[in-house]
Design a protein around this ligand. Structure first.
Ligand code: ATP
Ligand code: MG
Length: 575
């Protein structure tokens, strides 16, 4: 590629809305441009990297025996109505009508479409197992698109779906994809972890996320220091209650004035209590019903866990308006005499005397005990206590026979594998004829990778003050020949000769033959993240050498400018 006739599009400054390194660098390196919130153009260098990730994914999917198809981006509502998700998928599903007033949506994921496809085409056990995949755009009307293509609204996903005759074989397909994912992320040169995860909106019984470890990751991953257990904080189980030091002599419940104090820290400080003796009462709307949740002051509620416990689709903190209508005092809410169902985290049960809001403006109750609470019945008492909090650093590992301690790291979810079981084949009544002649539901799995997110994660994990340090497999070009002479002269001729030589041998190479200063060319090469630079200018020409710079190691060498073979050998050594 001749950069003189290419669209380099590098920028000195990052846009003001770019919060993360990867977002800033991808815009500055001329890889992407925003055209609406969460909607991006991929420019030529960005697309080259994107295609490299896509090719790695395609090769590994094919190697694992998955078969490529392409399903439409626009999907008809009736499939979604059949599975029951038309009404439960929230605002992320972008719905619209065609000219004949028929409902459609932009596919955020393709379980419905693929189940319908397989149900029509693979009717016999003889067609199974079957894993099919596509690499295609998705649309999710994300509430907060951000970090560039990391959390976009329109993005490309590789989504694969497996179909098996029974659970055992479905597990084999799951493992096959799990291993293919390892190969993909290894080949992309990423540092990542496979962690246990929630199966969310997609459903199903079991799942793993592939997390690229990076400080700016939106997810928190907990991993054990002595076994290989690792889980997303949303799901990491924490149902063991550590004993607390507390006095057995209980004093009676009293109301204390706590003027304007609504945060745990303020209340704890004022009452002279540790934050683990303050109990937060969170009021939420769960499928239209108000409920309260008790969480220890030093813990955070896991909405994912609560959603599962309640078995609801919509769950969010109640708005000020809703609280007002229900006569609940914001900031001073507590469980004593609260007239809505209350759910509590396990860690509340052993607390002998704690402080909570008094359901009265500017007042808290102290010396509260579980037994003394007048709580509205919601079935058996046991059902009120559940594992509702997020795990934290220092929690004990819960995998069997392990007494390790969990520590947290931040991660970017680049891939997700789910065991779906018969969730979709049952709801959509999709069956095959088994060997015994009986109609049975397919056992399914689904497997996603965000292609653009992998690119962004690679940039997030590999950069320095000069720009992107792409791993070799993902760099937009692996080599750039730079003529440091602005003019058409001998240096440019030599550069072209070397470029043609390597290009003809099949190397992934560009030549920077623009009429720019050497400084601009070096800066761009570093910013874009091209691993190897071969520099030729009047000075090196006179010395009989070509300068070779390795972007990743920083090594600069002088190679004989007339021995192209040796230059090639040097590159091969590093590739
Ligand atoms: P997240 O929790 O980050 O919203 P998700 O769990 O909803 O993601 P999945 O449904 O598991 O995502 O989708 C599979 C893959 O698609 C993810 O692992 C991620 O790589 C990618 N992906 C999901 N949402 C986005 C997005 N908004 N922008 C870019 N890639 C995305
Ligand atoms: Mg996911």
């Amino acid at each position: 590629m001749k950069l003189s006739s290419y669209l380099i599009a590098t920028l000195k400054e990052a846009p003001s809305d770019a919060e993360t390194n990867s977002h800033q660098l991808m815009v500055r390196a001329g890889m992407i441009r925003k055209i609406a919130a969460g909607v991006y153009n991929f420019l030529p260098t960005g697309l080259r990297v994107f295609r490299k990730v896509e090719n790695i994914i395609r090769e590994e999917m094919n190697r694992a025996g998955a078969i490529e198809v392409m399903m439409p981006f626009v999907t008809p509502a009736d499939l979604w109505q059949k599975s029951g998700r038309w009404d439960v998928y929230g605002k992320e599903l972008l719905r619209f009508k065609d000219r004949a007033d028929r409902d459609f949506c932009l596919g955020p994921t393709h379980e419905e479409v693929v189940t319908d496809l397989v149900e029509r085409e693979a009717k016999s056990y003889k067609n199974l197992p079957l894993t099919i995949y596509q690499i295609q755009p998705k649309f999710r009307d994300e509430i907060r698109p951000r970090y560039g293509v990391m959390r976009a609204r329109e993005f490309t996903m590789k989504d694969a779906y497996s179909f098996d005759v029974n659970e055992e074989l479905a597990e084999k397909s799951y493992l096959n994809m799990f291993n293919a994912y390892r190969n993909i992320f290894d080949r992309c040169g990423l540092t990542y972890k496979a962690v246990q995860a929630d199966s969310g909106n997609i459903g199903g019984s079991f799942s793993h996320e592939f997390m690229v470890l990076a400080e700016t990751g939106e997810d928190l991953v907990l991993s054990c220091d002595s076994c290989d257990f690792a889980a997303n904080v949303e799901t990491a189980p924490c149902n063991q209650v550590e004993p607390l030091e507390q006095s057995e002599n209980l004093e009676s419940l009293v109301e204390v004035e706590t003027p304007n104090m609504t945060s745990v820290d303020e209340v704890a400080k004022f009452l002279g209590l540790k934050s683990d003796r303050i109990v937060k009462t969170l009021v939420l709307e769960a499928d239209g019903q108000l409920i309260a949740v008790l969480i220890r002051g030093d813990h955070e509620l896991s909405l994912t866990k609560l959603k599962k416990v309640l078995g609801v689709n919509f769950l969010e903190l109640a708005s000020e308006k809703v609280l007002k209508e229900a006569n609940i005092v914001k900031g001073f809410c507590g469980p004593v005499d609260l007239n809505i169902p209350i759910y509590a985290d396990y860690s509340i049960k052993p607390l002998k005397g704690f402080a909570t809001g008094a359901n009265k403006l500017n007042f808290h109750n102290i010396n509260v005990c579980w037994e003394s609470l007048n709580i509205q019945e919601i079935g058996s008492e046991k059902a009120m206590f559940s594992d509702l909090r997020e795990a934290v650093d220092g929690d004990r590992c819960l995998s069997s026979d392990c007494s390790g301690i969990l520590t947290s790291t931040r991660g970017i979810e680049v891939g997700h594998v789910f065991k779906l079981g018969t969730k979709y084949s049952e709801s959509m009544n999709a069956t095959f004829t088994d060997q015994d002649g009986k109609e049975k539901n397919y056992f399914m799995g689904c497997y996603g990778i965000g292609v653009g997110r992998v690119v962004a994660a690679a940039v997030e994990q590999n950069n320095d003050e000069n720009g992107i340090r792409f791993p070799l497999a993902l760099a937009p070009f692996q080599i750039v020949v730079i003529s440091t002479d602005k003019k058409e002269g001998e240096a440019l001729l030599k550069a072209r000769e070397l470029y043609d030589y390597l290009l003809n041998l099949g190397y992934d190479i560009a030549i920077d033959d623009r009429a720019e200063s050497p400084g601009v060319k070096f800066k761009d090469a570093e910013l874009i993240g091209i691993p190897f630079q071969l520099r030729i200018g009047p000075k090196s020409l006179a010395k009989g050498v070509i300068e070779f710079k390795d972007r990743l190691s920083g090594e600069v060498l002088e190679l004989d400018q007339n021995n192209f073979e040796a230059i090639r050998e040097k590159i091969d050594e590093l590739l």
